[in-house]
Design a protein around this ligand. Sequence first.
Ligand code: NDP
Length: 297
Amino acid sequence: MTHVLDGNAIGDRIRNDLAECIETLAAADVRPGLATVLMSEDPASETYVSMKQQACEEIGIRGVHREIDPDAPAKALFERIDELNDDPDVHGFLVQMPVPDHVDERRVLRRVDPHKDVDGFHPENVGLLVAGHARFKPATPHGIQKLLEAADVDTEGKDAVVVGRSDIVGKPMANLLIQKSPGGNATTTVCHSRTDDLGEKTREADIVIAAAGYPELVDGSMIKEGATVIDVGVNRVEADTEKGYKLVGDVEFESAREKASAITPVPGGVGPMTITMLLYNTVKAASIQSGVSVDLP
Ligand code: NDP
């Protein structure tokens, strides 16, 4: 029987534990605050920030949202970032990517106070993660670690293949898997668009994590019997539905499910974990900044 990992249920359990942390902070008069900054009119980005704000409201985190005209000069964004860096009620914040072309994304990431960088993308936080002392683990790979843990998939000594080497998913995922700590200790291979024979690599893996942004790239013939398959991809493909499209992952679910011992669906797998772990980092930031200790899940 293949175990279909329910990201909604696992995410809800973590959110319940986080709600207890928020109560502990409230007892000390601390209310975690998360700000989102949007400099874009891209509907997907608008949806992402509104989902993050809604999640804050549901759990009792103070949500703050700032919008900047996408045609404004980069200086307008940097000034907002400086304000949030200085605001003691905002414990964490993020600038929703992508920013307009005239704004240098790397300068944006560096401008955020690393103690408030709940996305974990500031070079200081990337360095801490690589060194094995993560302050804020990026939400998606951290969520995947929690999914694996909840499914009793021990990564130690396993062969893991990560498909994708982006700064937000592939690289931090691989870095977490190689750490000498729980959720790590895996022998990890990172594949990308120049990988010669992807199937040859994935067929060797006990754990496959697909984050390529390419619809149904990994099918059952590329999966070893009994492997764990984590599908990060969210791709719109044309379909005969009301909206004219449907969402599919980077894994061909039905054929992969026949081989896998555990697999995540799309939607309902990794997606719900990502926002949960952003809330986690916000609670952690509030705890560190206030000096009030909490029992993080
Ligand atoms: P990027 O486009 O930044 O990176 C994709 C990576 O996949 C690149 O490293 C690229 O290689 C590699 N790749 C692309 N095509 C292939 C291929 N045919 N074979 C092997 N490798 C390939 O994407 P992200 O990492 O930002 O996101 C990946 C997917 O995950 C997307 O579908 C995205 O929507 C989804 N996502 C989902 C989240 C969630 O919460 N569920 C959160 C974040 C992302 P190269 O470097 O050589 O170009």
